[in-house]
Design a protein around this ligand. Structure first.
Ligand code: ZN
Length: 314
């Protein structure tokens, strides 16, 4: 991922820089934590109960636990095929409710608390589950937004109406609860002969300002548009961190992979290290660890996030 940090507002950039600087001073020895799984969950339960504030940092592993799929970028033969694929992917991940209630469970745990969420996920599940949108920062974009591919201007556009039109044009129908259905054969199986893998050329989205193709508002290269909403959320996140630097703050990291640690993991380690009242918790399937330097004020839980959250009762 080619991240253009130069364009980021200072607050966010600062949290990344502080994280990197602090991690450089660490010995590099990682701890997988102490105690049985039960003791770890008990400790996390106590810390969450007593916390003044909770900062949630969520990565792809959280949406995987909720039963969502992660997509990729493929070469498409033409714009009509590209948008047929993207419209299905956007709709299923962004507009349909996830199969498992992991996000709802998480919302129950922070209700009544002062909280903030930073996430690299682009599927908007926090907002759908009912989290306060003023307390959310989606660093890498949103499946629900398009932008100019050039980009000639820094605005994003809601895509739901156009995505629905694309799906209907392919032969899908949309039910009362937003569920996507395909035409069926008499035996109940999907009738693929009734589904098109292309949308009509007239539905391909173009920039209303310059006429170039539209693209997803996702940070895949330095053309990512940080619109006004992004900048506002970034500033709110930085302000929240600042305001809780001496408080009992729990930094709860969920499903953050080791390959992009600078956005969430390192800043969380930094905040936990710099504040004696802070606590760091990492729940991740197969990748739960923390630096030795903050081991005493950390809990690392290796397991399915949905299962672990289900065992916490506040
Ligand atoms: Zn444009």
């Amino acid at each position: 991922m080619n991240q253009n940090y130069n364009e980021m507002p200072n607050g966010y950039l600062e949290s990344i820089n502080k994280g990197i600087q602090t991690v450089r001073t660490f010995s590099g020895h990682m701890s997988r934590g102490k105690g049985t799984q039960e003791e770890r969950i008990q400790r996390l339960t106590e810390e969450l109960s007593n916390a003044d504030a909770i900062v949630i940092g969520a990565g792809a592993g959280l949406s995987t636990s909720a039963g969502l799929i992660t997509g990729g970028f493929y070469p498409f033969p033409d714009e009509e095929t590209r948008w047929a694929w993207w419209s299905r992917h956007i709709y299923v991940n962004r507009y349909v409710l996830p199969p498992k209630p992991v996000y709802n469970r998480l919302l129950d745990l922070v209700k009544g608390k002062d909280y903030f969420v930073i996430t690299t996920n682009v599927d908007h599940q926090f907002q759908k589950a009912g989290f306060d949108k003023e307390r959310l920062f989606y660093t890498q974009g949103d499946y629900g937004l398009w932008q100019c591919s050039t980009p000639c201007h820094k605005r994003t556009y809601d895509n739901k109406g156009k995505v629905v039109k694309m799906l209907l044009s392919q032969g899908f129908s949309i039910g009362q609860n937003s569920e996507l259905s395909a035409p069926l054969l008499e035996n109940g199986e999907t009738d693929f002969s009734m589904l098109s893998t292309k949308i009509p050329s007239g539905l391909v989205p173009y920039c209303p300002v310059c006429g170039e193709p539209m693209t997803m508002n996702l940070r895949s290269d330095d053309t990512f548009v940080e619109d006004e909403g992004w900048r506002r959320a970034s500033a709110a996140y930085a302000e929240f961190l600042e305001r809780h630097r001496d408080k009992r703050t729990v930094y709860l990291e969920l499903g953050v992979g080791a390959n992009t640690p600078v956005i969430i993991k390192y800043p969380f380690w930094h905040e936990a290290y710099a504040n004696d009242n802070a606590f760091y918790a990492c729940i991740n399937y197969g990748e739960a660890f923390c630096p030795e330097e903050i081991e005493d004020r950390s809990v690392c839980i290796d397991g399915d996030i949905g299962d672990v959250l289900g065992e916490i009762s506040l």
